[in-house]
Every structure is written in C-alpha cells, then in structure tokens.
Design a protein around this ligand. Structure first.
Ligand code: GLU
Length: 312
C-alpha cells in the first residue's frame, strides 16, 4: 500500500484548494459562521498510529456524528429492547423528515435520522438528569479519544435551540405517539448539546478506533463495548449513516460512515483504521461535499472496503 502520510497529504492538498466546496449549513445560524475554506483529515490505524493533514487539529461541530456514540451507549444499556422504539432501516428521506414519522406511527426509521436520535437521547436521559446525560456522552467521547479537552460548544447548542422548530415538531410528534418518556424540551436540550460537541479530525479518528477493533480499547485491550454492539453500530453506519445518500456513500466509499451537518464524516475500515474528514460545505443531501469525495479517493488508494479483503 502507498504510505498513509503521503495519501493524506495529497488529499488535503487537492481537496483543500478546490473551488467548488458545497454550502455551509445555515439553518443553525452559528454553523453559518464557519469558514468553508477549511479541510482536515486524520487516519488512526488499528495499531494506534496517526496520520493527519490540513486542518486536522481544528475543532468543529460534530453534529450527527454524536449519534454513533449515543447509539453505542443506548445499545449497551438497553440491548435488543432499544429496537422496540426505533427501527433499523434506511430512511430514503431527508434527515429531518416529519412525513415519515407519521407514516411509521412515531417509531423513527433508524437511530441516525433526527427523530431516531431524539428517541435514543430520551433512552439515555430516562433515569438521570440532563446534566448527567450530557456528561455521560461527553465522558465516553473523552475516554475513547483519550482526550480530556473535548467539550460542548454552548453557542452552537443555544443557536440550535433557538432555531430548532423542526426538531421540536419531531419530538412533540413522537411524544404524542407515546414514544418519548421525557418532556420534548428536556430531551431536546440533551440532544442539542450532544450535537454541539466540538472535536477535531484527530480527536474523532481516535474516538472511532474501538469500532475498528470490534469494540476493544486499543490501548488496554479492554472491551469498550461488546463486539456484537460494535458490529451493529458499524452496520447502522453503512446502511443509514448518510441520510438519503447512504446507498451512494456505500457504493462510492464502501465503508461504514456517519456524517454531520457540521461537515464532518467519521469512517470505519474494520480491522484497519478509523478515519475522520472534515470540510464545512455540504452537498444537497446535507453531507460534506469535499469530505465525501476525499473519502472515495482514500478508499480507492488504500483498498479499504467492507466488500473486499484485498488491500492495495
Ligand atoms: N443537530 C442537527 C439537527 O438536529 C443534526 C443534524 C445532522 O448533523 O444531521 O438538525
């Protein structure tokens, strides 16, 4: 295989300087302030070696990527019972669709669309305070990325709360169908703060390493989660991680991945590496325009794919 540092250097140079960069999300006003000319990429291998280039140290709003870690915690806590409240099928609809929720009687199609993540958040909030629920995800992220400096960007959380009419509609709708235990405003408070966690590509790539290692902590060999849960989270990332662009991402990149409207994508090459790529401009579906293209090139150059075991 080509040297990984050469690959990330080439990719950061090529995509960092593209003119066509997509459009920064503006439905959360605070995200509209982010400079679209940034591009970062980090790879952390199964052995723990890191290869980074571009703006890999710049923290960005992880947004929906937080749903990967919230799902891991909720599956650990609830086991199979979680699936009584949220489905496992790709949605084929936008991430914030309300129509589908009515059709499915308040049981969201999967844990990675907003409605599903709101239910997962409600599961994590039940039996604890909102401060504890946020701290639980934050501490989990600090532990898996081995970095105590990760935090919530409260300005983003506030901005999203102020403009979160659609998410309030979803949460109220779910509550009306009896699939939310807490008050919509309380569950959303935790949800918005989880989405507003800021991390760099480096931190995120380290955080994804347990999904590369079948649930194991790469440093200690201890189980962060069971191999069963890690595999299932990866399966959800592959089938549902890119909103209604999930099939296209699986086709082009061939790896489980989860995107967020902050422009980040976390990608897992099981057994090989965790990859985080970030560029704030989004395509029409809401996935980072350049990070998607960069990951397609990375997968082609490394040969990493869940559909083949022939590495280049
Ligand atoms: N906090 C965002 C929202 O609820 C997350 C969306 C995303 O990244 O997909 O709209």
């Amino acid at each position: 295989m080509e040297d990984l540092q050469t690959i990330v250097n080439d990719i950061a140079k090529k995509y960092g300087s593209k003119d066509e960069r997509g459009t920064v999300a503006d439905y959360i006003p605070q995200l509209a302030c982010v400079d679209p000319n940034q591009f970062g990429i980090s790879i952390v291998t199964s052995e723990g070696q890191e290869y980074s280039a571009g703006d890999a140290e710049v923290p960005f709003s992880i947004q929906s990527i937080s749903k990967v870690f919230a799902l891991t915690l909720a599956l650990q806590q609830e086991g199979a019972e979680l699936w009584e409240r949220v489905g496992r099928e790709p949605s084929g609809d936008p991430f914030n669709s309300i129509v589908q929720l009515e059709h499915d009687h308040g049981v969201p199609r999967n844990p990675f669309i907003n409605a599903g993540a709101i239910v997962v958040t409600d599961v994590l909030l039940t039996g604890s305070t909102s401060v504890e629920a946020n701290a639980r995800l934050l501490n989990f992220l600090r532990m898996v990325s081995e970095d105590e400096n990760i935090d919530i960007d409260l300005a983003v959380a506030e901005s999203e709360t102020e403009h979160g009419y659609r998410n309030f509609a979803l949460a109220n709708f779910i509550r009306a169908y009896g699939n939310l235990n807490n008050e919509p405003a309380d569950t959303l408070d935790v949800y918005f703060k989880n989405c507003s966690i800021a991390m760099s590509c480096q931190q995120l790539a380290h955080a994804g390493r347990f999904l590369v290692l079948d649930g194991q902590n790469g440093l200690t060999g201890d189980a962060i989660t069971s191999s069963r849960t890690a595999r299932r989270v990866n399966a959800m990332m592959l089938t549902c991680g890119h909103y209604d662009g999930s099939g296209e991402f699986a086709y082009r990149v061939g790896l489980p991945g989860k995107s967020g409207v902050g422009g980040g994508i976390l990608c897992v090459a099981p057994g090989f590496a965790s990859i985080a790529c970030w560029s704030p401009g989004l395509n029409a579906i809401g996935n980072s325009h350049l990070a998607t293209k960069a990951l397609e090139e990375l997968a082609a150059r490394t040969g990493w794919s869940v559909f083949s075991n022939s590495i280049k």
